[in-house]
Design a protein around this ligand. Structure first.
Ligand code: CP
Ligand code: NVA
Length: 344
């Protein structure tokens, strides 16, 4: 009888952009732009290539999601695969079964896992125990696929602007994002949360300075700050923290914020609304703090009115809806790299 030997798989995972070089991240963004061109502008018909045909990706989400869920399900089907949504009401995870056991069971049957969790240790356990690639769809520490979409959105905007491209021509694919992002300054006005932390580990190494205003007592993890400062030193960018929103926005090109009450923090809402008083992004804040006159606004969404007023949110400066759409192209790019090409 011939013995069959099994070699345990050592899959790669996408847990935070901190694990990748700037060139790897920007290549992912560039590939996302190519997917967008292929799908929206060149290939209105379904594509022939179906590299994930017969394969399944489990979406294990313990929290709500609109963008990440829709982006992932449509990205998987674009590549010919099957996306299986497993919400917290559907599976045993967290109620009757541990992350350790669930990782072993689910990964034995699917080809990839996209997981939205609470604590960051949960995604780390999933990744450690899974036999297939795991993508972080949000943890309390990081949100890597969001920040790839942000890099893509910034690239598209500045590429278009610098090249005076007509509004009806999509031209971002004619240049690599390594050319467009360097030298920009982002101001963050808001919570020291997962979105800011992912910005800190991604933007400075791509040549973007970050100046963050968070209220007193709201601070990022020390390891995140250390990564950001080390990257900034290498690229000649700056990373600066303050409690003053006006100080943060000085000379910035882009203002970014997020909810003051992240999922799971609902009980702290009353205190947080008081602590963040004066942090709403408005035209007056940008003007008083001397942001560049042509500053633009970004937000990962979902948005609540307290952190940004309607005048900014629905203005021409606001890139929030292209930013949301770009979740699809960047998630497609990550899935393609991890599950199809095995390149990252
Ligand atoms: N930005 C983001 O992750 O949105 P969802 O929570 O809707 O997925
Ligand atoms: N900081 C928010 C981001 C949601 C996409 C949260 O964690 O709920």
């Amino acid at each position: 009888m011939t013995a069959i030997t099994f070699t345990p798989k050592q899959p790669k995972h996408f847990i935070t952009t901190a694990d990748y070089t700037a060139e790897q991240l920007l290549d992912l963004v560039y590939r996302a732009v190519q997917f967008k061109v292929e799908s929206k502008y060149n290939h209105p018909k379904p594509r022939q290539e179906q590299p994930l045909a017969g394969k399944s990706v489990a979406l294990m989400f313990s929290k709500r999601s609109t963008r990440t869920r829709v982006a992932t399900e449509t990205a998987v089907s674009y590549l010919g695969g099957h996306a299986m949504f497993l919400g917290s009401q559907d599976i045993q995870l967290g109620v009757n079964e541990s992350f350790y056991d669930t990782a072993h069971v689910v990964s034995s049957m699917v080809d990839g896992i996209m997981a939205r969790v609470g604590g960051h240790h949960e995604i780390e356990t999933l990744a450690k125990e899974s036999s297939v690639p795991v993508i972080n769809a949000l943890s309390d520490k990081y949100h890597p696929t969001q920040i790839l979409a942000d890099l893509m959105t910034i690239h598209e905007y500045y590429h278009h602007k610098k090249n005076n491209a007509p509004a009806n021509v999509y031209s971002a694919h004619t240049q690599h994002p390594r050319e467009t992002l360097k030298g920009l300054k982002v101001a963050w006005v808001g919570d020291a949360n997962n979105i800011l932390q992912e910005i800190l580990v991604a933007f400075p190494k791509c040549g973007i300075s970050v100046s963050a205003a968070c209220p007193s007592g709201y601070v990022c993890d020390q390891d995140v700050i250390d990564i950001a400062k080390a990257d900034a030193e290498k690229t000649g960018t700056t990373v600066f923290f303050t409690t003053s929103p006006e100080e943060a926005v000085k000379d910035c090109d882009i203002i970014i914020t997020d909810t003051w009450v992240s999922m799971g923090q609902e009980e702290e809402k009353k205190k947080r609304l008081l602590d963040f008083k004066g942090y709403q992004v408005t035209n007056a804040l940008a003007q008083n703090g001397c942001a560049k006159p042509d500053w633009i606004f970004m937000h990962c969404l979902p948005r609540k009115p307290e952190e940004v007023d309607d005048e900014v949110f629905y203005s021409e400066r606001s890139l929030v809806f292209p930013e949301a759409e770009n979740r699809k192209w960047t998630i497609l790019s990550v899935i393609d790299a991890l599950l199809v090409r095995g390149e990252i």
